[in-house]
Design a protein around this ligand. Structure first.
Ligand code: AMP
Length: 282
């Protein structure tokens, strides 16, 4: 694996690889890598010659300074896992390298429509602007053939799909299924911040979503959501941002089954850590 910290050096290497007709994958991450991240690299390895994994804790996508400051950093272990996964290139830029213009004033306002006002957009104002800002930069820098992201961040995948379409970026987005612990808990870097007890109780989110999935055909949606919320609260979560059942294509809240493709999504706090998860229902 080759490590680059400077955009210029990375570009020189990628130009050389492109001249050799190598296909290039981009896998953006914020580090504290786990098997969820590795599954993105594994998917990319099946299709692309070169995998470029970036590790960058992007300050502009954190609406909560506390969350940013406590974001886990495990770079030595990350490098170990990347080597083991046969990743080709690690891009590890500084904030100055990614934001020479400074992190304060955005150069662009991304038109995200309703995606910006609902679910994660509503509870984390500005979050998706920051996500677009950094992913747009990474796409510009790497110019990949393929981009790999996790279904774990369902709404983020929709936002990036829109970014790629609106800016006519010639990269194909691949969405990789959520990797879970044996307990059902969705793998997440933020799980590292949970106590042992909270980590056990945190499985309630996936249990609640599973409950919705198993009963979607025979219970009204409001009842399903109320039971799901109770499962989460009873497990010791301090606060629920949302438990929603939405149309899987536009994330508008679904009132009834109506032959739509549906997704259930949840966000809640345990041990002051905000966890999200989602499940396709049909
Ligand atoms: P993050 O480092 O949390 O920004 O995540 C980087 C990428 O990994 C994003 O595309 C995430 O959706 C994806 N990812 C995170 N957790 C998982 C998981 N449990 N399963 C699959 N992909 C994941």
């Amino acid at each position: 694996m080759i490590l680059f910290k400077k955009i210029k050096d990375l570009r020189t290497k990628l130009n050389q690889l492109r001249n050799e007709q190598k296909s290039i994958a981009l896998i953006p991450t914020m580090g504290a890598l786990h098997n969820g991240h590795i599954s993105l690299i594994d998917s990319a390895r099946k299709r692309n010659d070169i995998t470029v994994t970036s590790i960058f804790v992007n300050p502009t996508q954190f609406n909560d300074i506390n969350d940013f400051e406590k974001y886990p950093i495990t770079i030595e272990n990350d490098i170990f896992l990347l080597e083991k996964a046969n990743n080709s290139i690690l891009f590890l830029p500084s904030v100055q390298e990614m934001y020479p213009e400074g992190t304060e004033k955005p150069t662009e306002h991304y038109q995200l429509g309703n995606l910006e006002n609902i679910l994660e957009g509503f509870y984390r104002p500005g979050h998706f602007q920051g996500v677009c800002r950094v992913v747009h930069k990474l796409l510009n820098i790497v110019n990949p053939d393929d981009l790999y992201m996790g279904q774990k961040d369902y709404q983020q995948c929709m936002v990036i799909k829109k970014l790629i379409e609106d800016f006519q970026i010639p990269a194909k987005l691949h969405i990789v299924p959520t990797q879970r612990e044996a307990s059902g808990l969705a793998m997440s870097s933020r799980n590292l911040r949970l106590s042992e007890v909270a980590r056990k109780n945190a499985t309630a989110i996936s249990k609640a979503l599973e409950f919705i999935k198993n009963n979607i055909a025979n219970q009204p949606m409001e009842e399903l959501k109320a039971t799901a919320q109770k499962i989460i609260t009873d497990a010791g979560f301090q606060k629920i941002d949302y438990v929603e059942i939405c149309n899987a294509d536009n994330l508008l809240p679904a009132q009834d089954f109506n032959n739509q493709k549906l997704v259930a999504l949840a966000a809640a706090f345990i041990d002051d850590v905000r966890l999200i998860d989602n499940m396709l229902l049909n």
